[in-house]
Design a binder for this molecule. Structure first.
Ligand SMILES: [Zn+2]
Length: 159
């Protein structure tokens, strides 16, 4: 548990053993504060050497991820205040078995979001078809009884 606490300590994050990769996305202002699902590219550039090749990436300059897109998805809550660009550190974005132990996510603010970014709908759930068939509230029945009584009175007066 001590190790886990260290992961979320800003200074300790840079010392995480394993590969440190980087990935860039663009989002529009609508994405601020939203929980997003991001599909990373197949190959992520090594952060310490910026693609030049170092010991951490075995001189390859990049980390290769799974071919299957669904295995390259990670989720992140974007900051409420999205200014020009932010850099988010995400420990173990693809699980503990991935060689990418830390991901530096560059988020750039533009008019359109990258195709790799998808907002996870949490605030607006899909319409529930059974929601329309809820039992009528007592007020409805009282109104119906009242209308029936009014109709009865009108009928009685006509007769
Ligand atoms: Zn490297």
């Amino acid at each position: 548990m001590v190790e886990l606490a260290r992961v979320f300590n800003k200074d300790a994050v840079a010392e995480l053993p394993g590969g440190h990769a980087q990935f860039s996305i663009t989002v529009s202002r609508d994405y601020a504060g939203e929980l997003c699902e991001i599909t990373a590219a197949r190959s992520l550039r090594c952060a310490p050497c910026d693609g030049g090749g170092c010991d951490a990436c075995a001189r390859k300059g990049a980390f290769r991820l799974a071919d299957e897109a669904e295995l390259r998805v990670f989720s992140v809550q974007l900051p409420q205040s999205l200014e020009q660009s932010v850099r988010i550190r995400i420990p173990a974005p693809f699980g503990p078995t991935s060689e990418v132990a830390l991901l530096f996510l560059h988020v750039e603010l533009t008019d359109t979001a990258s195709a790799s970014v998808k907002v996870v709908q949490i605030s607006a759930p899909a319409p529930n078809p059974t929601a329309t068939s809820v039992p009528k509230s007592p007020q409805h029945w009282l109104l119906l009884i009242g209308l029936a009584a009014l109709a009865a009175v009108l009928l009685w007066r006509l007769l």
